[in-house]
Design a protein around this ligand. Structure first.
Ligand SMILES: C[S@@+](CC[C@H](N)C(=O)[O-])C[C@H]1O[C@@H](n2cnc3c(N)ncnc32)[C@H](O)[C@@H]1O
Length: 226
């Protein structure tokens, strides 16, 4: 598996952000969860402490915690500056300000790093890369994808999205994806085609509003059920 760390923006989100991005309920946390493209989020670290059954998969996990943290430190100033320079692109209901966003991201990567080695030993952080993952059919009840599919529509084409979603649906009984907009804050050009494709295969697709919003217009998730 080839992955160039220089190309990765190792920004991760917290358990609270995952709860709000995916409308997660107490009942959802009784399920086995696979968080795909989970990167340096603290969802797994924080959730495991609360007794939840969360597995994370990401190609990033070929790197050590130190390497991931170093990459975060190398890019954080620049990213926060870009955010400050594009004030109309962001909604501050959750993070309040660019500087607070930075603090929240620092907190998340610290929680991730503190859990990462033990989590790897416990098999909670698995190296894996869409569109093919090494899990069994129906191994998980709920699959989550935060800030990867649809967001990077300019980097990954429609066929990659279809193959990836088919693969996650092979593994998980239900899949939720957030956000549905691209890095340019536009609805992904693949979204409608993919919904039609999935419905023709017999899946139920639902667009659901969520309370989390940072990218302006990014407050909807896609729920796919069998
Ligand atoms: C913006 S981060 C999101 C991290 C986390 N889901 C969150 O929301 O905090 C995107 C993640 O996608 C991962 N990624 C890149 N290519 C991937 C692939 N082919 N399959 C799975 N994950 C991939 C990156 O390594 C990175 O960790």
């Amino acid at each position: 598996m080839v992955m160039n760390l220089e190309k990765v923006v190792p920004f991760g989100r917290s358990l609270d952000e995952y709860i709000k991005m995916f409308n997660l309920t107490e009942n959802d946390f009784k399920k086995s969860i696979l968080s795909v493209a989970d990167g340096p989020a603290s969802f797994n670290a924080e959730g495991t402490k609360l007794g939840y059954k969360i597995n994370s998969v990401d190609p990033l996990y070929i790197f050590s915690g130190e390497e991931i943290k170093r990459r975060f430190c190398a890019v954080v100033d620049d990213i926060i500056k870009q955010v400050e320079n594009t004030p109309n692109d962001w909604v501050w209901s959750y993070h309040k300000s660019p500087q607070n966003l930075r603090k929240n991201r620092e907190k998340v990567i610290a929680l991730f790093c503190a859990d990462y080695e033990i989590g790897k030993k416990d098999n909670r952080y698995n190296i894996g890369q869409l569109p093919r993952l090494k899990y069994d059919k129906n191994q998980y009840e709920l699959g989550l994808v935060s800030h990867f599919l649809f967001l990077y529509s300019a980097h990954f084409d429609q066929q990659f999205h279809i193959n990836s979603i088919d693969e996650i649906l092979r593994i998980c009984r239900e899949v939720r994806i957030f956000p549905l907009i691209t890095l340019q804050n536009k609805i992904s050009p693949y979204l409608q085609f993919i919904i039609t494709y999935l419905e023709n295969k017999g899946y139920k697709c639902k667009l659901e509003k969520v309370s989390y919003q940072l990218q302006r217009g990014g407050n909807q998730m896609l729920i796919i059920t069998k």
